[in-house]
Design a protein around this ligand. Structure first.
Ligand code: ADP
Length: 500
């Protein structure tokens, strides 16, 4: 942007070089009257020295002078870096033979003939000062722009270097369509693809294992906050291997196109070690746990002597806790075996409503104890499922609904038939689940409140197991909730074709 300054502020410095004192006086007083700062000298050499010592903004230069004429003075001015950009206006008498061409070739910008017309001199001076002023501004802008370009290039270079040599896989995708624009070599190494196989395609095209729903949730979050951090995703490599990654993404602008910078952290190995450690510890805990339960039971029978009332109390606390620990260990091992595919589902034809009623009956005692009313709205729907696993899922959901409700509340159990799937709902009027926890509760050891497991006796593994079971049945499970008003857990399962 150019800002033109008002021309009367600040008034410029003008150097007048003329060997005729009357001319000098006339010019000087005329310009001074207009507010210019004027220096005047009668000799070319003195003018040159003055211009070198303190470069003026403009020079008025007489052509006809003894010793050194105006052309020579102008040439000298133009040959010095310090003075070459000062505009020079020549002054010549009417009867002088003015060589206009020469005046311009030695570097003059204009000429004025004597006798002067005050208005003309002032207009020409002003014009050339304006031009000079604009030139200076242009130069400054130019220097600034070049500096900006340099800085930009440096920043780009730094980014390019980080992008190329980062050990983390990085990919740039378009925001609208999610097509890959560029990926670094770490990304190629992890994914097993070549550059040509990736560029221009989307993760759906390549079947990278990231679901449309996951993509949409990242996309939504990016729209809201411009960046997301550590979203856990499955990533399918070219060879079909599933790797677990943490995805962090940021919105960036590339030549006017909105793009996503995706940075990936491959945690497959970390997860494997973590799982291995958990299952190792759990296995190791199993034997002493079984022995402990046996010993405590034996104490309870009184065969080793009668306990005092206080002793019985302590023993019961110990039994409650050991049972919880046992549940935890069993759940961990169960989940781990399910995940690794060691437990195969024994799928048979069954009616989901029968299973729901069975699950409700199993939970009836707990519901009564907690003064919760169970209401079943069933519909016949045949599915292919492992009945034990399905019961395990349903009782877990009903158990949670009871656990997190107040006495007097109602829990509704519904089976709804849709065209090609069946929907099961477990709805409660309990405390509800915060929106940001609706997804994480299905992960291992995730509880809304850290004290939930202690207070409610859970392990934080129930929903992770449920999800695993439902996914193995090619179904989906999710929760919706209004805090303080209640939660609804949904399951959808494919219907058995032609079995209705
Ligand atoms: P837990 O053994 O702790 O019940 P789950 O995996 O079954 O483990 O549940 C995880 C957490 O999800 C619970 O600890 C609780 O914080 C929350 N939750 C589950 N079901 C409900 C519900 N119906 N109402 C409120 N919170 C629930």
């Amino acid at each position: 942007m150019m800002h033109s300054q008002p021309l009367d502020t600040p008034k410029a410095n003008i150097l007048v070089i003329d060997d005729t004192p009357e001319n000098l006086y006339l010019l000087a007083s005329m310009l001074t009257e207009q507010g210019y700062k004027v220096r005047s000298v009668t000799k070319g050499a003195a003018g040159l020295r003055g211009a070198q010592a303190a470069p003026p903004d403009l020079i008025l230069l007489d052509i006809n002078m003894p010793e050194m004429n105006g052309y020579e003075v102008c040439q000298c001015l133009k040959s010095s870096d310090r003075t070459c950009n000062i505009p020079v206006i020549f002054i010549s008498a009417m009867d002088d033979v003015l060589d206009k061409v020469k005046a311009f070739t030695v570097g003059g910008v204009d000429y004025i003939t004597k006798p002067f017309q005050v208005e003309e001199v002032l207009v020409r001076v002003e014009n050339h000062l304006t031009i000079r002023h604009l030139q200076k501004q242009l130069q400054e802008q130019n220097t600034k722009l070049q500096q900006e370009i340099r800085e930009r290039q440096q920043a780009e270079e730094k980014f390019a270097k980080a992008f190329r040599s980062s050990p983390s896989p990085i990919a740039i995708t378009t925001f609208q369509e999610g097509r890959f624009i560029d990926v670094n070599s770490s990304f190629l190494r992890m994914s097993g693809y070549s550059l040509e196989e990736i560029i221009g395609f989307s993760s759906a095209d390549l079947n990278l294992g990231i679901t449309a729903a996951q993509n949409y949730s990242t996309w939504q979050k990016l729209l809201e906050t411009e960046s997301v951090q550590n979203h856990e995703r499955d990533f399918r490599t070219q060879s079909g291997e599933i790797r677990i990654v943490l995805l962090s993404a940021e919105l960036i602008d590339l030549d006017g196109t909105q793009c996503i910078l995706n940075i990936i952290n491959d945690i497959t190995e970390r997860k494997r070690l973590e799982n291995e450690f958990i299952s190792l510890v759990s296995h190791e805990l199993r034997t002493p746990l079984t022995s402990l339960i046996g010993s405590l039971d034996l104490l309870g029978t009184g065969q080793l002597g009668t306990l005092t009332a206080r002793g019985e109390q302590v023993l019961n606390i110990a039994i409650t806790n050991i049972e919880r620990l046992n549940r935890l260990v069993n759940d961990i091992l169960d989940l781990e075996q399910m995940k690794s595919g060691k437990i195969a589902m024994q799928a048979v034809k069954c009616n989901i409503s029968d299973l729901l009623i069975q699950a409700a009956e199993a939970m009836e005692a707990m519901a009564e104890r907690s003064q919760i009313n169970l209401i079943i709205q069933a519909a016949t729907a045949k599915i292919l499922a492992d009945p034990d696993r399905m019961l395990q899922t349903l009782t877990n959901l009903i158990g949670n609904a009871i656990k997190f409700s107040e006495a007097g509340g109602t829990v509704w159990l519904r089976v709804k038939l849709q065209t090609d799937y069946v929907q099961i709902e477990v709805q409660d009027q309990g405390r509800g689940i915060p929106t940001n926890k609706l997804q994480t509760i299905f992960e291992r050891f995730q509880q809304v409140d850290v004290s939930d497991s202690r207070k409610k006796g859970g392990t934080g593994l129930g929903l992770a197991i449920c999800r695993n079971i439902i996914e193995q049945h090619h179904g989906k499970i999710w929760a919706e909730s209004i805090l303080g008003q209640g939660s609804t857990f949904y399951i959808i399962l494919p219907l058995l074709n032609g079995a209705l």
